[in-house]
Design a binder for this molecule. Structure first.
Ligand code: AMP
Length: 284
């Protein structure tokens, strides 16, 4: 992989990388499409990274669909697929980690200790191996995208991080490899995340700006769904991921909710039309 990427760079080609854990869906393919518009070659990676799963998480049962994934990537026009073994990425004696302080401890980091250290370490390795001009990530994982952008800045990497919007099912559920864990009843219940984000948007459109009041709306909507158990439902500053008290700057509404045993995340991105403006722009 290093040799192929080095060759492409030597030919002054624009190298794009799309890192994934496989079990590919239309969300992943949207990142590939974007990369194809901006780069050639486009390299996709599939690596179910053991270091980002906690001891009680779903590493062993995470969906692995390599054959159909590689067909999808081929059809999408990906130039190379990088699918290393865990032993290649973490040989015996591996002992160097990348951690983004602060940001990695909040929200997802609080619920999943060590998760982001695993993510930033593997993404750093992938970026070192491929040294792409652009790497593509999904805003569905808003905190992850923010952390990776911070890491590339802090460590002076020559890769520009491109963050792409979430792809959703027609009923609003964000596509996720973990959606296959949901049974029919849970699948219906899972739309509650999107409905909660919609409810907040309506309140904001009606002029509500108080974060506590908006959080109340989130908890009432999520609480009305018997299959849902809230892990967190917060409104945070888009840069620091610290809670805010008023929606008057760029921020995220972030949700992590268990539907049965399946933990789903989603978010609504909110921007002010111009700095200090009361007018808001919403991105689902
Ligand atoms: P994963 O395979 O879940 O690690 O995801 C690989 C990349 O795809 C990450 O950058 C995710 O943020 C992104 N991704 C996951 N789900 C979606 C989605 N529904 N829409 C767009 N991108 C997504």
């Amino acid at each position: 992989m290093k040799e192929a990427a080095r060759q492409a760079r030597a030919e002054s080609r624009v190298v794009g990388l799309v890192p994934t854990m496989g079990a590919l869906h239309a969300g992943h393919l949207s990142l590939i499409e974007r990369a194809k518009r901006e780069c050639s070659p486009v390299i996709a990676s599939i690596f179910v990274n053991p270091k980002q799963f906690g001891p009680n998480e779903d590493f062993s049962k995470y969906p692995r669909t390599f054959e159909s994934d590689s067909e999808k990537l081929q059809r999408a026009g990906v130039d190379s697929l990088f699918a290393p073994e865990a032993k290649e990425i973490y040989p015996d004696g591996f002992s160097t980690y990348v951690n983004v302080d602060g940001l990695s401890e909040r929200l997802e980091g609080r619920s999943r200790p060590g998760h982001f250290r695993g993510v930033t370490t593997v993404v750093m390795k992938l970026l070192q191996i491929v040294q792409p001009n652009f790497a593509y990530f999904g805003r569905k994982d808003a905190q992850q995208s923010r952390l990776i952008t911070q890491m590339t800045r802090d460590l002076n990497l020559d890769t520009e991080i491109v963050v792409c919007p979430p792809v959703r099912e027609p009923d609003g559920l964000a596509l996720s490899s973990r959606n296959v864990y949901l049974n029919a009843e849970e699948r219906k219940a899972a739309t509650v995340l999107y409905r909660a984000l919609e409810a907040v948007k309506s309140e904001l459109a009606a002029g509500v700006r108080d974060a506590l009041q908006l959080q109340g709306v989130l908890h009432r909507t999520l609480g009305a769904e018997p299959h849902a158990r809230v892990d967190y439902a917060e409104i945070v500053d888009a840069e620091s991921f610290e809670s805010i008290v008023r929606v008057n700057k760029s921020c995220y509404v972030l949700l992590a909710v268990f539907i049965g045993k399946t933990r789903l995340i989603d978010n609504l991105s909110i921007e002010t039309k111009s700095p200090g403006s009361e007018e808001l722009v919403f991105h689902f």
